[in-house]
Ligand binder design. Structure first.
Ligand SMILES: Nc1ncnc2c1ncn2[C@@H]1O[C@H](COP(=O)(O)OP(=O)(O)OP(=O)(O)O)[C@@H](O)[C@H]1O
Length: 375
């Protein structure tokens, strides 16, 4: 089996990139829709741009339905995209199956949330790993080469001694062990990118950390670029170098994980962090629940008819009139390099004037939030 372990590669090199990625799913059509010029669609993902770099983890965070899994599936080329581009080492890539899809999958592997569903219950660990090694041409030469490659994969995911696990069936393993087998299977392709879609959310809390530590270790040793999808923003701080927050199909904030999770700028990210108590956070854990209720009530919007302007504005306690009509672009957050928020509170004119009103009420609330967030 070949490995990227010793391959010299520039640190931080962008391996896989989404540029303005957009996915609209058609809604089941009625006769009226068929006759319509603008048939109804679900705006699952709109204008998402992400760069995945060697040796770095990028977290994509958001609540259920925000479009995270759709981004992962688009990057895995399992769905055709409605718009935007996917670039592998800078080259625009669109594959529909066949040999080109296999070549792509060799470099970009997807790990799913539920390892039990992704492993066939009637086949052993040996079968799953052998298949991966063979499909991707990494099975070595002869039976000895294959045995070495299998042992190598299991050792990499800390399932040792390998012979204890090779002939086990998925139901004989714990959830954490199954997810390690799923990761080993992905490594059988010797990929450059891992797309990990909620890789620990179905595991017992006590074993989540072990699997995240394993992914982090693999990132370092194999110089992998990892997309870590999660609804748990606290884990992004621990595990990811960079964090991007999505709301209702759009990116709303991004930057280094420590900054985004500890000094969130966008009102939605503040709502997320307040809902996930963290003893180290500057705002103080005790006030978290109360603050969360002040910072935005309600439900995510319909993605068939998403709100105009900022999609968070119907829930945002700091919404200003322009938020209801103008889509905020990513705006740098004062004096924090690489930190941005798609929020008009950070528009230099708004900050300078200190006049953050609200579309719904409380004229001073917005000013407070904007000033706090940029502090
Ligand atoms: N195949 C599909 N057809 C129609 N709509 C879809 C399809 N897949 C996803 N959607 C819709 O797209 C939106 C985004 O879904 P997605 O699964 O990407 O969100 P998510 O953030 O990953 O949520 P979760 O954490 O619950 O998986 C949702 O409104 C979902 O209902």
């Amino acid at each position: 089996m070949t490995t990227t372990e010793s391959a010299p590669a520039p640190a931080d090199e962008v391996v896989l990139e989404a540029v303005g990625l957009t996915k609209h799913f058609p809604v089941r059509r009625r006769l009226r829709d068929l006759l319509s010029r603008n048939p109804a669609v679900v705006h699952a993902v709109d204008d998402v741009s992400i760069a995945l770099r060697r040796g770095r983890v990028t977290a994509l965070v958001g609540e259920s339905g925000s479009g995270k899994s759709t981004v992962a599936r688009l990057l895995a080329q399992l769905y055709p995209r409605t718009g935007g581009d996917i670039r592998l080492h800078g080259a625009s890539t669109r594959v529909h199956g066949g040999r080109r899809f296999r070549a792509y999958v060799r470099r970009v592997q997807l790990i799913l949330q539920d390892p039990f569903a992704s492993l066939n219950p009637v086949h052993t660990v040996r079968y799953h790993l052998t298949r991966s090694l063979r499909i991707h041409g990494n099975a070595g030469s002869g039976p000895d080469g294959l045995e070495r490659a299998l042992a190598d994969l299991l050792t990499r995911v800390s399932l040792t001694p390998p012979e204890r696990y090779l002939d086990a069936f998925p139901h004989e393993l714990s959830g954490g062990q199954r997810q390690r087998v799923a990761i080993a299977r992905a490594l059988g392709a010797d990929p450059e990118v891992l797309l990990a879609d909620e890789p620990v959310s179905m595991l017992d809390v006590s074993i989540r950390l072990g699997v995240l530590n394993l992914l982090q270790d693999l990132k370092d040793r194999l110089n992998l670029a990892i997309l870590y999808i999660t609804h748990d923003i606290a884990s992004a701080r621990y595990f990811a170098d960079e964090t991007i927050v999505m709301y209702a199909g759009r990116m709303v904030e991004g930057g280094d994980s420590e900054t985004v999770t500890q000094r969130p700028a966008h009102p939605y990210t503040r709502l997320l962090t307040d809902s996930a108590p963290d003893p180290d956070r500057i705002t103080g854990a005790g006030a978290d629940a109360e603050a969360a209720s002040e910072r935005g009530q309600g439900e995510p919007p319909s993605l068939i008819r998403p709100p105009a302007g900022c999609r968070f504005h119907p829930r945002c306690p700091h919404a200003m009139p322009r938020c209801t009509t103008e889509l905020p672009p990513p705006i740098p957050v004062e004096d924090r390099p690489g930190h941005w928020a798609a929020c008009w509170l950070f528009d230099p004119d708004t900050v300078a004037a200190g006049k953050t009103g609200t579309a719904t009420a409380t004229p001073t609330a917005g000013a407070t939030a904007g000033q706090e967030a940029t502090r």
